[in-house]
Design a protein around this ligand. Structure first.
Ligand code: FES
Length: 238
């Protein structure tokens, strides 16, 4: 029989608790069990008061980002087995806690909205579709994979403390459109990322790239946009 494991979970209900506490639950792990499955097991069988977010259970929706054994990860794709017999589960760092593992994502979505995260197409629409070659699409593949889990947003030291800095998630999304051959946002889009809230505030620490569960590099996107902004400025377009 497999050894039991202890899950130490951050608990805080701001309406009831003056300070956070950690509650430990001992479970018998099943083969292939993920952290999310363990949380559902506790919710269904042990403690109905525990709060966490999840939806797809397959690393697609981005709801279940949390801090597991000191690293931001998706609970639904993180297996228990490699984590050892004592696992610490906390909410994403630096974000206001609504309850237990549920954080307030308002600032994250506000920043996301600022980069106009949609295709800007000003010319007359084509009869059928806006075509893109496989090579053109390949350049943005990585950034299309972003599931907006906020793992990068939460780990960026600047994003965490600044309400202004757009941060790695929003900037990576901006790059997804800056590098999209069908997008006509052009200089207007570059002006957003070149603002005081934008790319030049990144200190290139790479925390966002290290913590991304989808292996996306917001740092690369930010550096690419710095180059594009400089080219636009020196060629008199901005
Ligand atoms: S539950 Fe959707 S990403 Fe984990």
């Amino acid at each position: 029989m497999t050894d039991s494991i202890k899950l130490s979970i951050y608990r805080r209900d701001p309406d009831l608790d003056t300070a956070p506490r950690y509650q430990t639950y001992e479970i018998q792990p099943e083969p292939g069990q993920t952290v999310l499955m363990a949380l559902y097991h506790i919710l269904d069988n042990v403690d109905k008061s525990i709060a966490f977010r999840a939806s797809c259970r397959s690393a697609v929706c981005g709801s279940c980002g949390m801090h597991i054994n000191g690293q931001n990860r998706l609970a639904c794709e993180t297996q228990l087995a490699p984590l050892g017999n004592e696992i610490l589960i906390e909410p994403l760092p630096h974000l206001p806690v609504l309850k237990d593992l549920v954080v307030d994502m308002t600032a994250f979505w506000d920043k996301y909205e600022k980069v106009r995260p949609y295709l800007i197409a000003m010319k007359n629409p084509p009869e059928k579709e806006r075509l893109q070659s496989p090579a053109q699409r390949k350049r943005i593949d990585e950034f299309i994979d972003c599931i907006l889990c906020a793992c990068c947003h939460s780990t960026c030291t600047l994003d965490a403390w600044s309400n202004d800095y757009l941060g790695p998630a929003a900037l990576a999304k901006a790059y997804r459109f800056v590098a999209d051959t069908r997008d006509e946002g052009g200089v207007e889009r570059l002006k957003i990322v070149a603002s005081e809230e934008g790319v030049f505030r990144c200190h290139t620490i790479f925390n966002c790239t290290e913590e991304c569960p989808k292996k996306i590099s917001p740092t690369f996107a930010i550096q690419e946009m710095k180059k594009k902004v400089l080219v636009a400025k020196f060629s008199g377009k901005m």
